[in-house]
Design a protein around this ligand. Structure first.
Ligand SMILES: Cc1cc2nc3c(=O)[nH]c(=O)nc-3n(C[C@H](O)[C@H](O)[C@H](O)COP(=O)(O)OP(=O)(O)OC[C@H]3O[C@@H](n4cnc5c(N)ncnc54)[C@H](O)[C@@H]3O)c2cc1C
Length: 418
């Protein structure tokens, strides 16, 4: 796996060669044509996890990392260009779980060389998917009061305690674990941060079923679990500082960018972008109304700002490289945080103006559980749409179906059509 030095496009030739071998035939043509049905057909042919693992093994998932960690040692601009290139081609490039966005920046910033070499490569390939073992039944908002303990025994730590709200713990191989290693100092100072192999003896992951009948969260019980010191992510007693790196990265990930917000908007409004909303508003003639003009102009500006903040996105690259995530996370949240949400809200109001019934969830875009229910329903709608043919694929119509099914309503498709 060579360093992508030399001519500016050396990496591109190499990456193109990789993609030619590993992507289904016709992928690029489908993306270039913008034909949703053709793209979906290619996606179905792709085993995404296996593809991302190959991409990771070749160093393209985190090209800015050192080759010893599973990267290509690429400089900042090249790493950014690689990522943009893959995104343009709609190539999946992020392994499942919170390894790449949350654990990796923390490991890069806080861990020893040996630990980086052990923990990072399987994150880049997705072969070890990560979850987060922070919260406990008695330690939620006041996380530093956590009671799980880790006691050193030779070159291993013996961990006992219970965690809760572990998102995707039942589908993970590794976890970011916080444990108390010194009960005799101030609570923030006695914590150490570990990587925990969930396949170890003494780990029990118990799924929690949510009110929609789905499993997402888990309880995790830790009974004399032995963790090698090699898997210790922070210096002993510095776990709280390392946690702030993770939480900074999480804030960044949750505040999202254009792509992520667009996804959230898609879930409710069926792929409606700000431009779509504007077009519809023009057709409805509401743009002549001064109040509407003010809202649309403001929200259009916000949407553009979120887009600019994301593409290209040097901030998330800073996280990938472990370069001082905390401030970036805060700035990102302050700048880009709510722009996508506003697009959703203005879209909902445009819907109302047309007279369409808006699903209750669309008015509560912060209600995570409902949005997730909608997302699942939308996936089913997507599957049905692909079965029923390309005409069904077009966004607004099936999103309306989804909202309707999720809330026992029927939408009048004709009213939603521009
Ligand atoms: C979608 C989702 C995914 C999550 N995934 C994970 C995960 O993967 N791993 C993980 O470790 N955790 C996870 N969590 C847990 C989360 O990060 C918090 O730790 C947890 O939700 C907060 O703790 P709690 O539920 O015990 O609430 P508590 O901390 O008990 O808070 C209950 C209420 O009391 C209020 N409150 C708390 N302290 C004070 C105070 N001092 N003054 C006034 N009011 C106060 C809070 O605002 C809240 O309204 C997840 C949570 C959510 C919602």
């Amino acid at each position: 796996m060579g360093r992508p030095a030399g001519g500016a496009d050396t990496w591109r030739d190499e990456l193109d060669a990789f993609l030619a071998v590993h992507l289904p035939e016709g992928w690029r043509d489908a993306v270039a044509s913008g034909d949703d049905a053709a793209i979906l057909a290619r996606r179905k042919e792709l085993d995404t996890a296996a593809f991302v693992a190959e991409l990771g093994r070749a160093g393209w998932v985190a090209p800015g990392w050192d080759p010893a960690y599973g990267g290509r040692g690429a400089d900042h601009d090249t790493a950014l260009a690689v990522r943009s290139y893959l995104d343009e081609l709609e190539v999946p490039r992020v392994p499942r779980g919170s390894g790449l966005p949350l654990a990796a920046p923390t490991i890069l910033e806080w861990s020893s060389e040996e630990t980086k070499c052990r923990l990072l490569p399987p994150i880049a390939t997705g072969e070890e998917r990560w979850c987060q073992l922070f919260s406990e039944p008695g330690a939620g908002s006041d996380l530093a009061s956590l009671a799980t303990t880790a006691v050193l025994d030779g070159d291993e730590w013996v961990v006992n305690g219970q965690k809760v709200w572990t998102t995707l713990g039942h589908e993970s191989e590794f976890a970011m674990l916080l444990a108390r290693t010194d009960p005799d100092v101030a609570k923030h100072q006695g914590i150490t941060y570990f990587g925990l192999d969930l396949r170890s003896p003494g780990v029990e992951v118990r799924p929690l079923r949510n009110m929609a009948g789905r499993i997402e969260f888990n309880e995790v019980f830790l009974d004399d679990v032995r963790v090698p010191d090699l898997h210790r992510i922070s210096p002993v007693g510095d776990g709280w500082k390392a946690t702030r790196t993770t939480l900074g990265a999480e804030r960044h990930a949750l505040s999202g960018g254009a792509r992520k917000k667009r996804k959230a908007t898609d879930e409710i409004l069926g792929g409606r972008t700000m431009d779509d909303v504007l077009d519809l508003a023009r057709q409805l003639g509401v743009t002549g109304d001064p109040l509407w003009r003010q809202r649309l102009a403001g929200d259009h500006g916000d949407a553009a700002a979120v887009g600019l903040a994301q593409v290209p996105d040097p901030h998330s690259l800073a996280f990938e490289r472990g370069a001082g995530g905390r401030d970036v996370g805060r700035r990102r949240r302050d700048f880009g945080g709510d722009g996508g949400g506003r697009v959703q809200r203005v879209g909902v109001d445009v819907d109302r103006t047309v007279g369409a019934r808006v699903a209750p969830a669309a008015e509560q875009h912060h209600d995570v559980a409902r949005v997730r229910v909608l997302r699942d329903d939308r996936q089913q709608a997507g599957a049905r749409a692909s079965r029923d043919g390309p005409a069904q694929m077009r966004g607004w119509r099936y999103a309306a179906d989804v909202s309707a099914r999720g809330f026992g309503e029927r939408h009048d498709h004709a009213r939603l059509q521009p």
